[in-house]
Design a binder for this molecule. Structure first.
Ligand SMILES: C[S@@+](CC[C@H](N)C(=O)[O-])C[C@H]1O[C@@H](n2cnc3c(N)ncnc32)[C@H](O)[C@@H]1O
Length: 291
């Protein structure tokens, strides 16, 4: 496994280069990607008046949903490494009078303190497995929580139960040239939290208690529009930066390559149904800890 500094630099570079694709896909991802975090939101049940942190908030759709749940008197703060996504989140969800969720740019692993802490609850959709030093990141999260506060997060299980993920990369890769290094073993990446025993160890080391890790199988449902669906999946994945740099004809070939591999998940004239295997992670900060 590469050392932490290398992994952290790789992660920062990856999100810097991939963020424009996420910005372009923000509305579609809010719509098609909602099942990726719905179970965690159900478990967390943010209440009016609570302060909630959304770790790795991307372009802010989930933070905005949480902000609606904690109104009135509560607050929602979205934190993300990628400046471009934080700027987009602010543009999308800050009301003209300045009300609404707040968004902060920062690396959860290296922040001394999270603005807005202490939190009653922390939410994170599809981010924790990307941390270069998960114990450092989770410790910052736990220290930002009130004693006994709750955490709910989703991460992918493994490649076998998320077949569209490798399909979206393999179908495009042949056309797009060099891509970022693929993670090996427990290196940060989509399947780095595949082993629930490892996840339990990391959460325990960061000071969490009452840890639960449950499998959930969900379906991402998107309209039968191959151009739209393939571009969404390419732009939010590891081929996204190369895709955005490519010529229109190359992009078109990349979309066609992905469409071929996704054909088995398509019902022509109806929709795409992408099977997705998640872990729902829930935990509490130690009731005796000091924030
Ligand atoms: C897979 S995306 C998920 C975004 C959003 N939660 C969603 O589900 O749409 C992972 C997000 O985590 C952010 N991220 C990765 N490492 C991070 C870190 N160390 N600190 C804060 N954010 C991080 C990335 O910039 C990216 O927006």
């Amino acid at each position: 496994m590469a050392d932490t500094d290398t992994l952290r630099a790789r992660n920062a570079d990856f999100w810097d280069r991939t963020a424009p694709g996420w910005v372009h896909q923000a509305d579609r991802h809010d719509q098609f990607g909602r099942p990726l975090g719905a179970v965690a939101l159900d478990w967390l049940r943010p209440q009016p008046g609570e302060r909630v942190l959304d770790v790795g908030c991307g372009c802010g759709g989930t933070t905005a949903e949480i902000a609606r749940a904690v109104t009135p008197l509560g607050s929602a703060i979205g934190l993300d490494l990628a400046e471009a996504m934080v700027t987009t989140a602010r543009d999308r969800f800050t009301a003209p009078d300045g009300a609404g969720p707040r968004f902060v740019a920062g690396d959860i692993e290296t922040l001394d303190a999270v603005p807005g802490a202490p939190f009653d609850a922390v939410y994170s959709r599809m981010t924790l497995m990307l941390l270069a030093d998960p114990v450092a990141g989770l410790t910052t999260v736990r220290q930002a929580m009130r004693p006994g506060a709750r955490l709910a997060a989703t991460v992918f299980r493994d490649g076998r139960v998320n077949p569209w993920l490798p399909a979206a990369l393999l179908g495009a890769a042949a056309h797009l040239g060099p891509l970022p290094p693929l993670p090996i073993g427990e290196e940060p990446g989509p399947f780095a939290f595949a082993d629930p025993a490892r996840v339990t160890r990391l959460l325990t080391a960061a000071g969490f208690t009452d840890i639960g890790i449950q499998p959930y199988d969900v379906t991402l449902d998107a309209p039968d529009d191959p151009e739209v669906v393939t571009e969404w999946l390419i732009e939010i994945g590891p081929a996204g930066a190369a895709y955005r740099d490519a010529e229109p004809t190359t992009r078109s070939k990349a979309r066609a390559g992905v469409a071929r591999l996704l054909e088995r998940f398509r019902t022509a004239g109806t929709d795409y149904r992408l099977p997705t295997g998640l872990w729902l992670i829930n935990a509490r900060s130690d009731r005796t800890s000091t924030p």
